[in-house]
Design a protein around this ligand. Structure first.
Ligand code: ADP
Length: 398
């Protein structure tokens, strides 16, 4: 069985075609600048060089059409015909309280997804456009929606409620939802495989540290608390997002700078985080480079980032009454030994002890704690596409 995984952003689209018999990737790619001048499709059949297709793509349907054409191309395609695409799995950012699990997509489901748009006005519309375009182009193929928020629907009220008037939760759905759920779930399941122990009875803290970053406290295999909230802006210091700040700063800025709600939103989402503090870049590689050359603001950005992750680890250990396993994943978590070391330094009192030699690893599954460390620390590359494909296979079979 072959599953096509689609992740639609506002002007981009990522895809992977996965053979679910052995979970191998047959082809993958990325379309950028959809609906903008300079649309480009970068397609890669496993084992072959990347091909770059530059053609105007006026909308997502047009882009998906180009992807499907590439997948069946005689030279660089991965299948002979589209009949070999057995199901499509779509990443959907926000499922609100309506979706606690992945679902087979029906008209009813699309209607419910549309009702979640006001919670994620930037993310959900392109996700839905992608689904509708695929339905038109592959009308008899089953489609599944996999939500970033679903894994966190097990959070108890004490984790998800905001200390605002309760009516706002009831009327507008203002509560914490959490994101990166597919990633946190995937790495926690890998912990089960790597330790050979059941998740039941285990306390795990997963650190998804990429451009967007979030931590999740996982108790008995279920999300117990997570650092992102109603939107992906809450929590850690990120590439360009501020994470937790005093909420009064929002109105203070609007008054002092005479700027609109939209402008403050833009400032907090696009101009803050490690980019805002360092003034150098949102990319940790650039910031680590600048810090090495003596740039003190770049060093401050790295310090603030690691300090915030450390504080969250401490608070989640307290919330769960301990921690057995700590996991690092995503771009920075998988690749930056200095960032992992900085986060773990000072956590010895919790039983976290990193082995410097083992920590000197990149992009592959590895245990990096000392043999006698009470808390096991792992690097586990995330694989959201595979998780989406697995859910899609399971639901499409039903
Ligand atoms: P997202 O999917 O949220 O865009 P990723 O998980 O791909 O992000 O992570 C991207 C981030 O990972 C980049 O900002 C980069 O700073 C960081 N990163 C990747 N490789 C390295 C590395 N070798 N050293 C430090 N940071 C890295």
């Amino acid at each position: 069985m072959n599953v096509l995984v689609i992740n639609c952003g506002s002007s981009s689209l990522k895809y992977q075609l996965i053979n679910m018999n052995d979970e191998s990737v047959l082809a993958k790619g990325l379309v950028e600048r959809i609906g903008i001048e300079g649309s480009v499709l970068k397609h890669e059949k496993t084992g072959m060089d990347k091909v770059v297709i530059q053609e105007p793509m006026k909308d997502h349907k047009d882009a998906i059409n180009h992807v499907l054409t590439a997948l069946v191309d005689a030279n660089y395609g991965a299948v002979k015909s589209l009949d070999e695409v057995d199901a499509v799995g779509h990443r959907v950012v926000h499922g609100g309280e309506k979706f606690a699990d992945s679902v087979l997509i029906t008209d009813e489901v699309i209607k419910a997804m549309k009702e979640c748009i006001e919670l994620a006005p930037l993310h959900n519309p392109p996700n839905i456009i992608g689904i509708e375009a695929c339905q038109e182009l592959l009308p008899s193929v089953p489609m599944v929606g996999v939500f970033d928020t679903a894994f966190h629907q097990t959070m108890p009220p004490v984790s998800y409620i905001y200390p605002l008037p309760y009516e706002l939760y009831e009327e507008l759905g203002i509560r914490r939802y959490g994101f990166h759920g597919t990633s946190h779930k995937y790495v926690s399941e890998r912990v089960e495989a790597l330790t050979g122990k059941e998740l039941e009875g285990m306390k795990i803290i997963t650190c998804h540290l990429g451009n967007g970053a979030s931590l999740t406290a996982i108790k008995d295999g279920k999300s117990f608390d997570t650092s992102m909230g109603m939107t992906p802006l809450e929590g850690l210091v990120m590439g360009t997002r501020c994470g937790d700040i005093d909420p009064a700063i929002v109105t203070f800025l609007m008054n002092k700078k005479n700027i609109s709600a939209e402008q403050v939103d833009n400032l907090m989402n696009k101009k803050s985080g490690v980019l805002g503090i360092s003034g150098v870049s949102s990319d940790f590689r650039d910031i680590e480079g600048a810090a090495d050359e003596g740039n003190t603001r770049a060093q401050l950005a790295l310090d603030k980032f690691a300090y915030t992750v450390k504080k969250y680890i401490g608070s989640y250990a307290a919330a769960m009454g301990g921690v057995d396993v700590l996991v690092f994943t995503a771009g920075l978590g998988e690749n930056s030994a200095p960032a992992r070391k900085q986060v773990c330094e000072g956590l010895e009192f919790l039983g976290v002890e990193i082995d410097d030699a083992k920590n000197n690893t990149r992009g592959k599954e590895a245990e990096i704690s000392k043999d006698n460390s009470k808390v096991k620390v792992y690097v586990i590359p995330t694989n959201e596409e595979l998780m989406i494909a697995r859910d899609t296979k399971a639901l499409a079979h039903k």
